[in-house]
Design a protein around this ligand. Structure first.
Ligand SMILES: *[C@@H]1O[C@H](CO)[C@@H](O)[C@H](O)[C@H]1NC(C)=O
Ligand SMILES: *[C@@H]1O[C@H](CO)[C@@H](O)[C@H](O)[C@H]1NC(C)=O
Ligand SMILES: *[C@@H]1O[C@H](CO)[C@@H](O)[C@H](O)[C@H]1NC(C)=O
Length: 202
């Protein structure tokens, strides 16, 4: 190879790696949403979009006060420390993800919130309630069973309600219209529990 060209290439490569390094190590003070001209004007893990405003890099999200860009779900990681600015997250299969029994907050991809475990637990989407309890919905930010279904501790699911004199297999299927636990399953039929005098009126 021509020596001159080789030197030129070497120079170019050095320059490239140098400017690349500069990009990684240099960052500024402009917060998320603030004006900028170049990426290096913006805080760490942020870039200057359209030479106008700072935005967090992909897989980073802004804190409440826009002063930092913190790890969010999907960020590449080699250990849990990388994901530690998220709440209740770990590094799983090379990306930051919610811990077991946690799901991602739909409003904040850096925040993992507890998966609903009984009916009445907080929810953001109906999917979450369905995944946990089958026949359930998210109503007023709480998981509720759909009509004619009720939650039983025994299965930890919403099951079809069986009322007085309906057929049944298990005690927990039987429930009064007021959702009271006053019935039991006897000979394949929901009947009043022993000593529940007022039961049959319901
Ligand atoms: C999102 O959640 C993280 C972790 O709980 C928190 O630090 C951050 O401030 C939240 N972001 C917003 C915009 O509220
Ligand atoms: C998420 O954001 C929506 C709309 O921005 C809001 O109505 C809802 O209350 C928020 N949910 C939580 C749990 O913060
Ligand atoms: C529900 O079931 C769990 C075990 O699955 C038990 O520890 C708990 O006491 C039960 N709660 C009620 C209200 O029966």
């Amino acid at each position: 190879m021509n020596d001159q060209i080789f030197k030129l290439l070497l120079l170019f490569a050095t320059f490239r790696s140098f400017s690349c390094l500069e990009q990684i190590t240099e960052y500024g003070k402009a917060k998320i949403g603030e004006r900028c001209e170049r990426d290096r004007n913006c805080i760490q893990n942020a870039y200057c979009r359209a030479q106008m405003t700072c935005l967090c890099d992909q897989y980073y999200s802004p804190t409440f006060d826009n002063s930092m860009c913190i790890a969010s779900a999907g960020l590449s990681c080699s250990n849990d420390v990388v994901c530690s600015t998220m709440s209740n997250a770990v590094c799983r299969q090379g990306v930051c993800a919610c811990k077991d029994s946690y799901i991602l907050d739909i409003n904040n991809s850096s925040n993992c919130i507890r998966r609903p475990s009984i009916v009445g637990d907080p929810c953001q989407r109906t999917d979450e309630c369905q995944d946990a309890f089958d026949r359930a919905m998210c109503i007023n930010e709480r998981c509720e069973c759909i009509t004619l279904y009720h939650f039983t501790n025994e299965t930890r699911k919403c099951i079809q309600s069986r009322f007085l004199y309906n057929t049944c297999k298990m005690d927990y299927e039987c429930i009064s219209f007021d959702n009271e636990d006053i019935l039991e399953c006897r000979n394949g039929e929901c009947v009043c529990k022993e000593g529940q005098g007022t039961c049959s009126k319901g």
